[in-house]
Unconditional design. Structure first.
Length: 319
C-alpha cells in the first residue's frame, strides 16, 4: 500500500511548515531583488485580486450600511417612543396645571363673592354626578354635620346653581335648576316688575321660561335674575340669559329658551346659602309654584296672541 506524503497533512509538524514558508519567502525576495523581476507577476496577481476584492468590498459596504440603517431605525424608534412618552407626560402636566388654574380662578371668584354676600354661606366641593338620565343632580362633600339643610339654595360666582334636596351626615345632594322638576321665580334684570318662573328645559343644558305676569317686550340676551319673592332664593342672583323666543301659538303659550349663567353639571366648587327658616321658605316656594302651574290659563307673553285667537274664533262662529 502506497503511503500518503502530502506536505501539509495534519501529521506534518508545525515547525516544518514554518521553515518551508520562510524559505519560500526568502527565495522570492532574493529573486525579486533590486531588479524587481517579479513586478509583472505582482501586477497580474494584484489585478486578479482587485477583481475579487472590489465585489467583496461592495458587498461588505452594502452589508455594513444595511446593519447601520437597521440600527439607526431602531435607535430612532426608541428615541421616538421616549419623546412620545415625554410629550404625553408633559401634556398631562399641562392639562393638570390648566385645571389647577381654573380651580384657582373659581376659588378666587367664590371667595370674592362670599365677601360680598350678606347671607352666611358654606363652601363645598362637588364629589360626583348622580347617575340618572332623568335628573340633573350633584353630590357635595358637606352634609348635616357641616350645617347643610335640605332646601338651601346653592350658588357659584356665575349665579344660581340649584337647591339642596337631600342631606346625609357627610354629604348632600344638589338638584340643579337644569332639572325639569325645579322651578325658580325670576324677574328681568332691567325691569323688576316683569316676573315669571323658570325651570329645566327638555333639551340638555337649557332652561325654559314661562308664566310671565304681563305682556312685555322680551328680547334675546335679556338677563333673568331671582326675584326673591318666595323668600327662599335671595334676589338678584343671576339665573340665565334669553337665547330664543318662539312665536306664541293659538293657546297663547310662548316658548322661551334660556341659557343658564352657572356652569351646571361641570361645577366643582359651590357656596351653600344658609337661608333663615329654610324649611318653611322651601315649602312656601313649592306652594307658590304649584299654584301657578295649576292655573290653566296663566298670563304669559302670548296673552295678546291668545286674545286675538279667541276673537278670531268668535268671528268665525258668528259667520
Amino acid at each position: 500500500m502506497k503511503k500518503d506524503y502530502q506536505l501539509f497533512r495534519r501529521t506534518t509538524p508545525t515547525w516544518v511548515r514554518l521553515a518551508l514558508a520562510s524559505g519560500f519567502a526568502i527565495v522570492l525576495m532574493v529573486a525579486d531583488g533590486k531588479a524587481r523581476r517579479l513586478e509583472p507577476l505582482r501586477n497580474v496577481v494584484g489585478a486578479a485580486l482587485g477583481l475579487v476584492q472590489q465585489p467583496l468590498q461592495t458587498v461588505q459596504s452594502w452589508v455594513g450600511d444595511t446593519f447601520n440603517h437597521a440600527y439607526d431605525l431602531q435607535s430612532l424608534a426608541l428615541d421616538n417612543q421616549k419623546l412620545t412618552a415625554t410629550n404625553q407626560e408633559q401634556a398631562a402636566r399641562i392639562t393638570q396645571l390648566m385645571q389647577y388654574e381654573r380651580d384657582n380662578d373659581a376659588l378666587r371668584a367664590q371667595l370674592d363673592l362670599k365677601t360680598k354676600l350678606i347671607t352666611p354661606t358654606i363652601a363645598a366641593r362637588v364629589l360626583y354626578q348622580v347617575v340618572d338620565p332623568y335628573a340633573r343632580k350633584l353630590v357635595l362633600n358637606k352634609g348635616s354635620n357641616d350645617g347643610i339643610i335640605s332646601g338651601q339654595p346653592v350658588i357659584t360666582a356665575q349665579g344660581l346653581l340649584g337647591q339642596i334636596t337631600d342631606v346625609t351626615p357627610l354629604t348632600s345632594e344638589l338638584t340643579l335648576v337644569l332639572d325639569t322638576k325645579m322651578t325658580v321665580p325670576v324677574q328681568l334684570q332691567n325691569d323688576p316688575n316683569v316676573r315669571g318662573f323658570i325651570s329645566g328645559h327638555t333639551n340638555e343644558g337649557l332652561l325654559s321660561l314661562r308664566f310671565f305676569s304681563a305682556e312685555v317686550p322680551l328680547k334675546v340676551d335679556d338677563v333673568l335674575v331671582t326675584s326673591g319673592k318666595d323668600g327662599l332664593y335671595p334676589e338678584h342672583l343671576a339665573v340665565g340669559r334669553v337665547s330664543q323666543i318662539e312665536s306664541a301659538a293659538e293657546n297663547g303659550q310662548s316658548s322661551i329658551t334660556v341659557v343658564p349663567t352657572a356652569e351646571g353639571m361641570s361645577a366643582r366648587y359651590v357656596l351653600v346659602l344658609q337661608v333663615a327658616d329654610v324649611t318653611n321658605m322651601a315649602k312656601r316656594s313649592k306652594l307658590q309654584t304649584e299654584q301657578v302651574e295649576q292655573d290653566a290659563m296663566p298670563d304669559t307673553l302670548g296673552s295678546r296672541a291668545r286674545a286675538q285667537a279667541q276673537e278670531k274664533q268668535q268671528a268665525q262662529g258668528k259667520k
